[in-house]
Design a protein around this ligand. Structure first.
Ligand code: KG4
Ligand code: ZN
Length: 350
């Protein structure tokens, strides 16, 4: 079975082709991606209308590129998967509309996919794929969640952010420091030149006893510190960046450790854009070595949004014998707000 995957939920257009047999890990045959980062940079964030229009321009050339890389003709595709949500409504509609039209023209099913399911299954395309069950730490620009994953479609939410996502904390703090958009990678690059202990920033909910997160207060603390420094900020920017990164990473590591302890599981899968953060990887690596846990990451190129994870999620759901997520029969819709529990098989709570 050949699954074409289309991702257009935010500011990346991604198309990829994945091949799956009845069992075994699916194979990535070809992938093409366009990031809109440069286009949105002038505005300091994603402009939804511009994002939608750019997805329209990119999606077909990217489809051709992915198919050419795989050396597979369009007619050979068995299903067209697309991100149904969560994400920006207009942006999602582009991928969903193109997928539905393509599927109808080819006489194959269009398969709606949950964006976060794509992220959390993405490490299966790596050289060292995980085994179920595992704990997943999903850290992106829009989401921060800890999940127990018992199998495809068997997800149990352990904890999540009650306000900002971890990526948002990186991005908003970077903005305070004048680092532009997207701030996460820029802030962490600058942090390497600074002292993480230079400022005492809060670690919200660190000892709350549950697995929830809160990052809104941290951003405010960074802003307060920056204002206090005034003209001296320029000379201390790297220190403040390092302290911010350390605070975010401390909380993510602490709660991941607590989640592994609470579930008794031995594997942690880290997915989403913030998973690219070097300090997070280093600190999780130290904790894993100490406790004898296995750590899994997607390949670097699959950490941020991409089409491969969407094709993969559809392929793995098919392998698991799960019915396609509604709607069917040529109809399509999008779900800008769509909880992961909605794609979880009912009655699988461990
Ligand atoms: O998963 P993703 O590409 O898109 C969403 O679905 O949100 O995640 C993007 C987020 C952004 O907030 C970005 O700043 C953050 O991931 N990010 C990083 C790094 N690379 C990307 N944050 C910290 N350190 C990084 N190296
Ligand atoms: Zn994402």
């Amino acid at each position: 079975m050949l699954f074409l995957g289309i991702e257009s939920s935010c500011d990346e257009t991604g198309v990829a082709l994945v091949q799956a047999q009845a069992s075994g890990v699916p194979r990535l045959l070809g992938a093409a991606l366009h990031s809109q980062v440069a286009m949105h940079r002038d505005y300091g964030g994603v402009v939804p209308e511009l994002a939608s229009r750019d997805h329209i321009r990119r999606v077909l050339p990217l489809t051709e590129a992915a198919l050419a890389q795989a050396a597979v003709p369009l007619q050979a595709i068995d299903a067209v998967a697309y991100t149904r949500g969560p994400g920006l409504a207009g942006a999602l509609l582009v991928g969903a509309g193109v997928a539905a039209a393509m599927a109808m023209a080819l006489g194959v099913p269009a398969l709606p996919v949950h964006h976060l399911e794509g992220h959390l299954l993405s490490p299966f395309l790596s050289a060292d794929p995980p085994e179920f069950p595992f704990v997943a730490l999903l850290v992106s620009g829009g989401h921060t969640q800890l999940m127990r994953v018992d199998g495809v479609g068997r997800y149990h939410l352990l904890g999540e952010t009650i306000d900002d996502a971890a990526g948002e904390a990186f991005d908003k703090s970077a903005k305070v420091l004048g680092l532009g958009y997207p701030g996460g990678p820029a802030l962490s690059a600058l942090a390497r030149e600074g002292d993480p202990n230079a400022f005492a920033l809060p670690r919200p909910l660190l000892h709350s006893g549950d697995l929830d997160f809160s990052f809104a207060g941290l951003k405010t603390a960074v802003l307060t510190q920056a204002r206090k420094l005034g003209p001296a900020l320029d000379a201390r920017k790297a220190d403040l960046a390092a302290a911010t990164e350390a605070a975010i990473v401390d909380v993510l590591v602490h709660k991941s450790v607590a989640a592994l302890r609470a579930t008794g599981l031995q594997r942690l899968v880290v997915a989403g854009g913030v998973g690219a953060n070097q300090r997070l990887r280093q600190r999780l690596g130290e904790a894993a070595a100490r406790h004898g846990w296995r750590l899994h990451y997607p390949e670097v190129a699959l950490c941020t949004d991409n089409g491969a994870m969407i094709a993969l999620a559809a392929a793995m759901r098919w392998q698991a014998g799960l019915a396609p997520l509604a709607p069917a029969d040529g109809a399509f819709d999008v779900a800008p707000r769509w909880p992961l529990e909605a794609v979880t098989v009912v009655g699988t709570d461990h």
